[in-house]
Design a protein around this ligand. Structure first.
Ligand code: G6P
Length: 386
């Protein structure tokens, strides 16, 4: 087991640090600059090109996706958070309606599904029972089903009409890390591919987004080595908390949810994620002296000025304030107790970067609290019971 951990204390830490490689594997062969036109970017998603042998509808999945009137992301846990990032990306980059559903909620009601819908099932394990049932329901209504799965040959991979494997490598730690970032990559690739096909993105925009996405693994790799020490220092200060709040706006709302889930899962600290502004409608009562509030505030966020104002207000109320922002931003000096800076990229890609310090923060806090990090109590790697 020590050998498999590659010198790291836990699988989770190994998997966090492995993210640049995992992301590269997820991108490999799917995003490239053609030799004959090296200033252009192409996206090729082989698993979506052809219908499976014997499929009821022989039309190419990509064609069906291009004409779809709605995408439904169905998932559980961390995978649901990547679905929410996917929804924002599909709306913005592909100009198509998208909804995200907890697979369990979806399957136990009577959702309206039609044959021009596409259901994207997101699952690391490919075995989550509720997600599998959501797929079966969508198939009964003749919707196209697409799997975004890490485990090759898993039930969800087999049950869906087509899909994309993450190629993130085995994820042993129960709390998902590298599978999450690779799910986001897969969904961004799909959104960009569709954006091109549906005419929602100009050639120029597509090239810009592709170049940004392709550069993410390298920029993370360079920055991660400095992150360990910084997150350890902050963790030491926050490790005794009993409650923590995470806030983020737009694409950073799912990152806030994921940050809170990670902390809850492995450190057993109660944590909640909020859309930045929504915290004023309830969560704010929880803010008092020494309660950690983790705010994601990137200068590219659409309502950055409002977020900045809120951060000042949280400080005023006594929060132990950690602000996650982009490199070179000094707006929070003297306001936040702690600041963590991330390399900046296009807003749609930023969650791939901004989630990493939050993963490390949870990891170090849990480690300092002596928690069973790779196998948290009561939590299963895949929930196959209904
Ligand atoms: C469990 C795991 C989570 C995971 C969720 C969904 O709750 O502990 O880490 O996010 O299941 O699993 P899936 O394999 O479908 O992504």
């Amino acid at each position: 087991e020590q050998i498999e951990k590659g010198g790291y204390k836990h699988f989770m830490l190994k998997e966090i640090m492995d993210q640049p490689n995992a992301m590269r594997n997820c991108l490999r062969g799917r995003i490239y600059q053609p030799a004959e036109a090296p200033d252009r970017w192409e996206i090729k998603l082989g698993g979506l090109e052809k219908a499976k042998e014997g499929a009821l509808n022989p039309q190419s999945p990509l064609e069906r996706m291009a004409n779809a009137c709605r995408f439904i992301f169905a998932a559980c846990g961390t995978s649901w958070h990547s679905g929410l990032i996917g929804k924002y990306a599909f709306e913005k980059l592909a100009g198509v309606r998208a909804e995200v559903e907890y697979a369990s909620e979806f399957r136990y009601r009577k959702p309206l599904i039609c044959d021009s819908d596409c259901l994207i099932a997101i699952s690391q394990s490919g075995e989550t029972a509720d997600t599998l049932e959501a797929i079966k329901m969508a198939k009964e209504h003749k919707a196209l089903t697409i799997g975004v799965v890490n485990v090759v040959g898993s039930s969800i991979a087999r049950e869906t009409d087509c899909g994309m494997y993450l190629h993130a490598g085995p994820e042993i730690g129960v709390a998902s890390t590298k599978a999450f970032t690779c799910q986001v990559i897969a969904l961004l690739l799909m959104a960009l591919r569709l954006g091109k096909q549906r005419g929602a993105l100009s050639e120029e925009m597509l090239n810009m987004y592709c170049a940004a996405l392709n550069a993410v693994p390298d920029s993370i790799e360079k920055w991660m080595s400095s992150l360990t020490e910084q997150t350890q220092v902050i963790s030491k200060n926050l490790r005794l908390a009993t409650n923590a709040l995470f806030s983020g706006m737009g694409v950073h709302f799912p990152v806030a949810l994921e940050g809170a889930l990670k902390l809850k899962e492995i450190s057993y600290i109660h944590a909640e994620g909020f859309p930045a502004s929504e915290i004023r409608h309830g969560g704010i009562t929880l803010i008092r002296n020494f309660v950690p509030v983790i705010c994601i505030a990137m200068r590219s966020d659409p309502a950055y000025e409002q977020i900045k104002q809120m951060v000042r207000d949280f400080r005023h109320k006594g929060a132990a304030l950690l602000v996650l922002t982009d490199d070179g931003n000094t707006d929070f000096a003297g306001v936040a107790h702690f600041t963590l800076c991330c390399p900046a990229t296009k807003l749609e890609m930023q969650p791939l970067i901004s989630c990493i310090p939050l993963q490390l923060l949870s990891y170090h806090i849990a480690d300092m609290r002596g928690c069973s990090i790779d196998q948290p109590r009561n939590l299963a790697k895949s929930v196959t019971v209904e």
